[in-house]
Design a protein around this ligand. Sequence first.
Ligand SMILES: Nc1ncnc2c1ncn2[C@@H]1O[C@H](COP(=O)(O)OP(=O)(O)O)[C@@H](O)[C@H]1O
Ligand SMILES: O=c1ccn([C@@H]2O[C@H](COP(=O)(O)O)[C@@H](O)[C@H]2O)c(=O)[nH]1
Length: 531
Amino acid sequence: MSAQVNDALLPETQTARPTLSRSATLLTARDVLLQAKKNTVLKSHGRPPWYGEDGARISDAFVIGIAGGSASGKTHVARQIVQSLGSIPTVIILSQDSFYKQHTPEEIELAFASRFDFDHPDAIDMPLFASCLADLKACRQSNIPIYSFTEHQRLEETKYLYGATIIIAEGIMALHDPALRALYDLKIFVQCDSDLMLARRIRRDVKERGRSVYGILEQYLRYVKPSYDNFVLPTSRYANIIVPGSDNAVAIDIISTHIRRQLDERATRFRQRMADAGPLDLIPKDRKPDPDKEYLNVTLLPQTPQLKGIFTVLRDLATHRGEFVFFADRLATMLMEKATEFLPYRPRAVITPVEEEYHGQELDAESVCGVSILRSGGPLERGLRRVMNDIAIGSMLIQSDAATGEPLLLHLQLPVSIRQRYLAENTWVFLFDAQIGTGAAAFMAIRVLLDHGVQQDHIIFVTFLVARAGGIAVLQRAFPRVRIVCGAVDNGLREMWLEGVEEGEGQSGTEGRKVWVVEPGMGHIGDRYYL
Ligand SMILES: Nc1ncnc2c1ncn2[C@@H]1O[C@H](COP(=O)(O)OP(=O)(O)O)[C@@H](O)[C@H]1O
Ligand SMILES: O=c1ccn([C@@H]2O[C@H](COP(=O)(O)O)[C@@H](O)[C@H]2O)c(=O)[nH]1
């Protein structure tokens, strides 16, 4: 069987190959600042839950609008805020530059002769800017345009953005449009002397945008200065805070304190509440799901002696790695065979080699892909590859915060058929994790897919093991149409403290952390499979 859309994983801008990082990149605030390019999701310690136990979003991203004249220091202020936030959650600095309209060859010719007005509000595609910002604020993905200052043109590629807790939208007209202003939680205007702005612009545009001093002055006198006086400066009246264009450390400090306070108010204790949810009669003790119960959307593999034999090997502490991998792969294939039964099929007639008509079935899905929750979801990928060839598989790195045990989204690498909303709406996704304990990672992964527009009943969660006592009940209540296919249901879930490992020769240390283990369970499946 093969997926109907041969859908490759593409990178953030959809032209070059991605590198699939399997480990979290933990950045310091200084690294983040150095990498604080515009239109990139800047991560440090990851994104905590942005939803409640009912699965609904509890908070939008916090959006800041920064306006000011060209070269007043808007980008600089945005980067200083990012740095000042310290151990920041995920941030995007979204630049209005990306939303310059598509230009005709005649307009580009005028632009090269410094005779095109880029400083009029009409030069910017405000509705597109507002709709991309609204998507990001509402925790949905956005594929924003890419603009080339050297070519004065919007490029063919788009840039995929998703998952920021803070969005900083900056641009000369960032406070001009009422639809944009309505999206901001905080409005900033950077006020700077015109002579300083002109000096900075000459220095920057010669160095970074390939311009001549003569051309810069022509454009400045004809368009930039009049537009500043007529359109940009008047928008300062909408600002909550006016920040000076130089020597602005105190203002930045006040702004970041305000943002930090806003984010603290939104903090949750999500995983603990999932762990404490207690068992629900979701899967009856005799492990025979009652088909009459509407909330029950868990499919358990038939508990045959053969399956129990596989689980006995996998649960056995004495099983060595080679054997563990062999049986985990076998179980993954069995689970995937079961999971593919939930895809839609339609009738298909074929002619057999003896020239008889055979009325069979074929897959009736526009697109199918897999997504693993790293690292433990990895072993299930092999099962998927065995039953569907040529299928795109993405990944999500979700790890718990060492101190709080909260799930944190650290990295995303999704197939194209999910990155684009219009495709995601018709895509079926197999989501993989080795086990569902507290259910917090599964919850976050499902929320990410729903944010992208994947339909709940197009998500099939495949897992070796589910803990009856964990968050499965909360998960099913929040997302009743997500199907869960599993090999076994264990009764216990125990909270424990995992001691850290001290740094040794040639080996980096790890911090101690709070974890929840499924009992009797199979141990840490990712470690047993990969180490
Ligand atoms: N507070 C500041 N102190 C010193 N240099 C600054 C400051 N703000 C901006 N600059 C410099 O001015 C130039 C333009 O700043 P930038 O932030 O790119 O402006 P904008 O985004 O408003 O066009 C850059 O070279 C930047 O380094
Ligand atoms: O193709 C283009 C597009 C824009 N400009 C000038 O850029 C500034 C806005 O960018 P800042 O980073 O805020 O300075 C605007 O004043 C336009 O004149 C351009 O020269 N060419």
